[in-house]
Ligand binder design. Sequence first.
Ligand code: ZN
Length: 209
Amino acid sequence: MMRRLFLLLIALLAVACSPSPPDAGQRYDAWRQHADAGELADYERLLAQAGVREVVPMSALLRSSRRWRTCDAPEFLLPPREKAAAIVPVLRVIAQLERLGIVEGGNARSGYRSVELNHCSGGSSRSRHLLNNALDFDLVDDTRVQALCDFWRTQGSSLGMGLGFYTPTMIHIDTAGHRTWGTDHHRGTSLCVSPVGRSSDAAPNRRTP
Ligand SMILES: [Zn+2]
């Protein structure tokens, strides 16, 4: 009996002491060791000059796709130089959403994608991710949807803001024009058009049948 307990203790200690897998920050640091330092510095400089360097941490901005593992793709991707500036207007939108507490920069999940990765990720052939003009985010919870839709309605036209919903907490933002869509890529399934995101239907204490 004592021997079994002893062996169990050893096994538990072994599990507790084994190194945990690297988190996203550690994986980014490892990726950066082998990235093109000049290109990365140029991208950071471009963002700084546009005043958007601090909006989304580089370790989140460069995330390639939610499906990078299954697509056997790198987790982080630098956009080609000619596409670098296209992210600036998107980051200006994100900066406003951050100030309103709707989006958190560190929760960016997908930015620039190569053609192959975009295809594997289920993106459309005209996806703005191919142009480095889109970012996907996770929202902390779906209570942000109404505020997000209010922003899209009031500011989206002047910002040229596109807003897509993969789920109520997984969203896409680009600046390719004022439009919105939901899971089937049509306007009718957007949470800003269907009742959950419509201000008049989201009054306090209102109950859905
Ligand atoms: Zn997207």
